[in-house]
Structures are given as C-alpha cells and as structure tokens.
Design a protein around this ligand. Structure first.
Ligand code: ADP
Length: 454
C-alpha cells in the first residue's frame, strides 16, 4: 500500500514537472523577442527545478515520446537498470526494457505495462513483473505507467515510474512459502480429526448420546471449516507465487457452463433458491427438469476460451456458492454471453448486496464484508482473491456490480478464441500431447467492449 502511495505521489510530482518542461520546450518558438528572455529564464528555472526533482528521486523515472523513444532517463532509472542516461536517451524503450515472468520467460512486448498504456491511453500498474538489467540480471520491479496528453487530449508519450522491489518480493515469497508449507502440513491431521469425528457420528459405527452428538456435530463442522481454510491458504499461496497447477486447453464455454449448471442447481435448490441459466438474455431450457424438457433448443454461438477447465470450474463454483450463501431468498442466475473478443460468465443474485465502500477491497486477501448480514455466515475471505488470481492467469477480468439489499452480479470476462484459432489449438493439443502446447504461446488480448462499469 505504502509502495502505491509513494509511487502515486512520485507520479504526480514527476508528471507535473515533465508536462511543464515538455510544454514549454515545444511552445517557445512563437514568442516575441521581448518576452523570450523572460520566458527563457523561467524555462531554465523550470527545467532546472524538474531536473533537480527528477535526479533526487530514487525511483526510476522515464519519459517516452509517442515515437517510443526514451526522452528522459533519470539517475534512479540508471541505478536500477544499469543503463546510463546518455546510453538510454534516444533509444527505443524496447531496447532498454526487457521484462520476464515468474518463470523467467520473456514477456511479449504487447503485454508489458508500457505497451498496454500506449495501447489503452490509461495508467497501467504492474507490481509483479521482473525486468532484466543491462548486464542481464533479473530484478523484481514495480511499474506505474501514465500517458501524457497535450491540450487537445492527443497522446504525446508516457511517463514510467518504477522501483526495484527485489527485497520486498523475496520477503513476500518467504511468507507465502511458510504459509504454503504450514497449511500443507496441517491439512493432514485436520483431515484425520474430521474422519474420526465422522466415524463417531455414524450410527452404524459408534453409539453416542444426544448431547455428545450435538458437541461432535459442532466439532465436525468447525473441523471442516478449518480444513477449508487450510486448503484456501494453500491455494492462495500458490496463486501468489505462480505455482498454481494450470493445464490450459480449449474449452467451449457454452457446453461447459451448461454442464456445470447441473451441479450448481443442487446448491441453490438445497437452500430453496430458484436457479436459472441465461444464454445472452435467454433462459436455457434444462432437460433434467421434466417440466421444461422437450422445448425447442436455443441456437447459440460457440464461445471458445483457452483455460484450465478445473480452475475455471473452481472460479464459477465459488462465485455461485457465494451467491447462494449470501442470498436468503429469491433467485440466482448463471449467465453466459460474449462478443468477438470476450466471453462473459456472470452470476446474479437477489441477495444482501455489497456496500459500495467494500467493493474496491472485495478481491483482496482475507477481505470480508462486516455487517449483520454476513457476520453469521462462515467464510475465509480468500475465495474471491483466489478467483481473481485464476482469472488473471488467463488475461481475464473479474468484477462485481451490486446494490445493497437488492443483489449483486459478479462478472468474469475471458479472452475469446475464434473458432479457427480454437480448431488450430485443438489440433495442436491432440498432436503434441505431453509437449509444450502451441496454445501456451498464444495469447489473445481481451476486447474491451464488455467492460466493467468502474
Ligand atoms: P468468504 O469465504 O468470506 O465468502 P470470499 O472471498 O468468497 O470469502 O468473499 C469475500 C466477501 O465478499 C464475503 O465475506 C462477503 O462479505 C462478500 N460477498 C461475496 N459474494 C457475495 C454475494 N454474492 N453477495 C453479497 N456479498 C458477497
């Protein structure tokens, strides 16, 4: 958090200085001779001021123009990257900045925060990237890249502020490692306790009186909760350090979600909630429900994505279970829609809703809304964090829109594969099983036409 604030503050100061320096540099020509000397002084002062500020900042500050050329490279950037200011200024940023992922693989240019900011015209932050220094050492870095625009709102370049976070990252990894080992070790005895409690509660195996049964049932449910907590801790630690098992393959989401509906329906109906599956805006008929069987089938497009089906099932199930958990009565809908670039799954409920102030924190680790509606409902606060990590693994997005006391809708956007691409990948998967699939090298950027409202 502190890191964001420092970087955020840095960006404001730096942006102010740079914009002024940039603007003044480009508009002096038309001025009259009389005003030029005065302006020149101001200019010199402003430029000096900017230079003093920029060289005093220990974070790397880099100004890149709209031709992708580095125009300013401060001392902090030199110290971090090993490129001197003289070497870096005038070069294309792609020659200086090389990024790698947690596995050490080079990140394609278009997926870097700098390229994304150029492409979207938005500020892009990336706290989990690694970069290569001039001498090819890998350092953990945190980036904040903001676009610069002129008065007519045309892009003129961008400013990237970054810092070496190797120490913080190493500590974070140690913490995750500890949590992962501890929760792994603790799962085994907890599973044993749960097993013995189940045996004690089984009338065919043990005889206990009613009072003992009451106590044991409570102990059994607490043990289950503890087991879930350890499982979630283990998954979230793995998600954080990139060790989550992930075997992506081509999945047709229409068939996948429809099949999942059969299992999910059980959770909803167990609680007396009505459940529906919506394709686009149309409710899909479900042959497992006799009253609806035999009605005409809806013709629907094929929504291909490249994901690990087990992981995506985990996400949808988690969101759906939450919808049931936090809805006392009414309906839970599971929907699927999309456009050329995006496949969207959504889960809508008529439940308690989420206060607006809690929404920005909902996908953080251990965050739980604290109100009378949720206090009595058990949970770990890790489910949505894990969901976000999984969705981001596939360059997707997850977000929520909610109205208090009316209900919530959780959206999951995944990059859509064209049918042609999906068929190519399926053929490659079939032909090259066990080797690196061609699909793993293929990334489709999500289109932004189905976007979060916030
Ligand atoms: P938990 O184990 O507490 O359910 P999650 O990470 O899955 O953890 O959810 C975080 C918090 O988000 C929950 O504690 C709850 O307050 C809120 N929440 C999640 N889904 C819903 C929903 N459908 N309706 C209302 N609140 C929700």
């Amino acid at each position: 958090m502190q890191q964001y604030i420092i970087i955020g503050g840095g960006v404001v100061v730096v942006l102010g200085g740079l914009v002024l320096w940039f603007a003044l540099k480009h508009h002096v020509k038309d001025k009259t001779a009389a005003s030029t000397s005065k302006l020149a002084n101001t200019l010199r002062n402003e430029k000096e001021k900017s230079n003093i500020i920029l060289s005093a900042i220990q974070d790397g500050v880099v100004l890149i123009d709209d031709q992708q050329i580095i125009r300013h490279f401060n001392q902090g950037a030199s110290d971090i990257t090993g490129w001197s200011t003289q070497e870096a200024e005038g070069l294309d940023w792609r020659s200086v900045f090389k990024f790698t992922n947690t596995k050490g693989e080079e990140i394609p240019t278009e997926q870097t925060s700098i390229a994304k900011s150029f492409g979207s015209g938005q500020t892009v932050r990336d706290n989990s990237v690694n970069m290569l220094t001039k001498s090819n050492n890998t350092i953990a870095a945190s980036f904040s890249v903001s676009p610069l625009v002129d008065n007519a709102k045309h892009p003129t370049g961008l400013v990237a502020v970054f810092r070496d976070v190797s120490e913080e990252r190493a500590e974070q990894n140690q913490r995750a490692e500890f949590i992962s080992t501890a929760s792994h070790e603790m799962r085994t005895p907890v599973a044993a306790i749960e097993g013995y409690l189940s045996l004690a509660l089984n009338e065919k195996v043990a005889t206990i009186d009613d009072r003992a049964r009451g106590y044991l049932e409570k102990a059994h449910s607490s043990t289950q909760h503890l087991g879930q907590l350890f499982q979630d801790l283990l998954t979230s630690a793995k998600a954080e350090d990139g060790r989550l098992t992930n075997h992506p393959s081509v999945v047709e989401m229409g068939a996948f979600v429809e099949q999942l509906t059969q299992d999910l329906r059980f959770s909803a109906e167990k609680k007396g909630l009505f459940m529906e599956f919506l394709f686009g805006n149309t409710a899909i008929k479900d042959a497992s429900h006799p009253s609806e069987a035999g009605e005409s089938k809806v013709i629907r497009p094929l929504y291909y994505v490249h994901v690990d089906p087990d992981r995506i099932r985990e996400v949808i199930t988690n969101i759906f279970d939450n919808a049931c958990k936090y809805t006392a009565e009414g309906k839970v809908s599971l929907g699927l829609t999309g456009n050329e670039g995006v496949v969207q799954v959504y889960v809508r409920d008529t439940g308690a809703g989420i206060p607006p102030e809690d929404i920005p924190h909902l996908f953080q680790k251990f965050y739980r809304v604290d109100n009378s509606a949720t206090r009595t409902i058990g949970g770990t606060g890790l489910g949505l964090f894990i969901c976000r990590k999984i969705v981001e693994l596939y360059q997707g997005r997850i977000w929520v829109e909610s109205e208090l006391n009316k209900g919530s809708t959780f959206y999951i956007n995944l990059p859509r594969l064209s049918t042609q691409k999906a068929e190519q990948l399926m053929a490659a998967e079939a032909g090259a099983q066990g080797t690196v699939s061609a699909g793993q090298a293929t990334t489709v950027s999500p289109s932004v036409s189905i976007t979060p409202s916030s």
